[in-house]
Design a protein around this ligand. Structure first.
Ligand SMILES: Cc1cc2nc3c(=O)[nH]c(=O)nc-3n(C[C@H](O)[C@H](O)[C@H](O)COP(=O)(O)O)c2cc1C
Length: 368
């Protein structure tokens, strides 16, 4: 059992990584480890699970002196391995891989049933049956095994931290380990667990908030405020949230960041796997603002404010990944129909300033 920030307790289903640790003990390559200080361009292309992150996008950014990330979330371990191998064929430059740390189940059957009932008319609209709202660990053990075997230069975690043994094992394989944090308390915990750097995610960020306690109200302090609060910590800070221009990058660096991590800025890149409806929604002018909601996945995430959010935000319970699975067929049907009102259009507050084109041009525009 763990105690959450708000004092309640829950059982943490995070599995141990015993198998992995033993594989590596003999292979300490820490002397050659990557560090973000070595990047020619202090810009990281954020991992973006659900389609946008591709080996082509990561390789394009890394080849130009930034750091490209693959997103392991929602994929099987073997698919992650195939993506790493594909990216390696495209570039010799450093590569990052991001993993979702498994979440405890925090939702009951009754709450799930009630939310499913409320979503039923949306399912009927597209002629689909809602998904089975199961809890799972996103193939965690096998993904850690793949990362230990493949040893990408950087691995970042979000939604929590893995056991310290996993962090140490990766570092012994030469991997630079980054923990995503959204508050000072999370930053302190990440440092205690031995990570090499912190990805500091502000409330401006597109996609899921990395908040460790899924039931807690996410910290709403601005990215710059959070960076200043963490500036005294002896660890490189990577600033994430709302960064879409070189000016944004310079501002983050002047607030103590060693590099920035931009997601939304790369959603319209030629190499990104962003769904057509999502791509169009970012530039069409149809959506004027972003909002944070649990309605799509059961976890707080920022996206373009659409009809699904307006209808269900107020009633959406906390329950990731169960609600993610529940809404998967609906989001897929809406994407296939090109209807942007019923799928998650993750985007940060800077979405209106994004551009389309090759990732190299987008990276160039983000240079400080
Ligand atoms: C479409 C999308 C998907 C995302 N998926 C992930 C993910 O898989 N893992 C992760 O750590 N962060 C993810 N994020 C959050 C990013 O890491 C980063 O915090 C965010 O993009 C920064 O804000 P920005 O989008 O305004 O640049 C995602 C963001 C977006 C926009």
């Amino acid at each position: 059992m763990r105690t959450t920030a708000n004092g309640s307790t829950f059982s943490c289903t995070k599995p141990p990584a015993t198998k992995a640790t033993t594989t590596l003990d003999k292979q300490d390559s820490s002397a050659a480890r990557f560090t973000i200080a070595a990047l020619a361009v202090p810009v990281i292309q954020a991992p973006m699970a659900g389609g946008p992150s591709t080996p082509e996008l990561a390789a394009a950014v890394s080849s130009q002196g930034g750091l490209g990330f693959l997103a392991a979330g929602y994929k099987t371990a073997s698919a992650v391995k195939a993506e790493i191998e594909a990216a390696r064929k495209l570039t010799n430059a450093p590569l990052g891989v991001n993993v979702f740390v498994p979440q405890p189940s925090v939702i009951g059957a009754e709450e799930l049933e009630q939310y499913a009932l409320s979503l039923a008319p949306d399912g009927e609209r597209f002629g689909i049956t809602l998904g089975h709202p199961r809890h799972d660990d996103d193939d965690w053990d096998n993904k850690i095994e793949v990362l230990l075997e493949q040893a990408p230069e950087a691995v970042s975690f979000t939604f929590d931290l893995p056991d310290r043994t996993v962090i140490t094992a990766l570092q012994q394989r030469g991997v630079y380990v980054i923990g995503t944090v959204t508050s000072r308390a999370e930053a302190v915990r990440a440092l205690e667990s031995g990570v090499d750097a912190l990805c500091v995610q502000g409330p401006e960020a597109g996609g899921h908030r990395g908040t460790f306690d899924p039931a807690a109200q996410p910290d709403d302090q601005s990215l710059h405020g959070l960076l200043e609060e963490l500036a005294g910590l002896q660890v490189p800070l990577i600033a994430a949230g709302g960064i879409t221009t070189g000016e944004d990058t310079r501002a983050a660096l002047s607030h103590g960041a060693a590099a920035v991590q931009a997601g939304t800025a790369f959603l319209r890149a030629d190499e990104a796997g962003t769904k057509a409806a999502h791509r169009l929604a970012l530039s069409s002018g149809r959506f004027s603002t972003t909002s944070v909601t649990r309605a799509f996945s059961g976890r707080n995430a920022r996206g373009l404010a659409n009809e699904f959010m307006r209808r269900h935000d107020g009633e959406a319970p906390c329950g990731y990944p169960e609600i993610h699975h529940l809404t998967t067929p609906l989001r897929a049907a809406a994407a296939a129909a090109g209807d942007p009102e019923w799928l998650n259009l993750w985007a940060g507050t800077g979405f209106a300033r994004t551009m389309e084109g090759p990732a190299a041009s987008i990276l160039a525009a983000l240079k400080p």
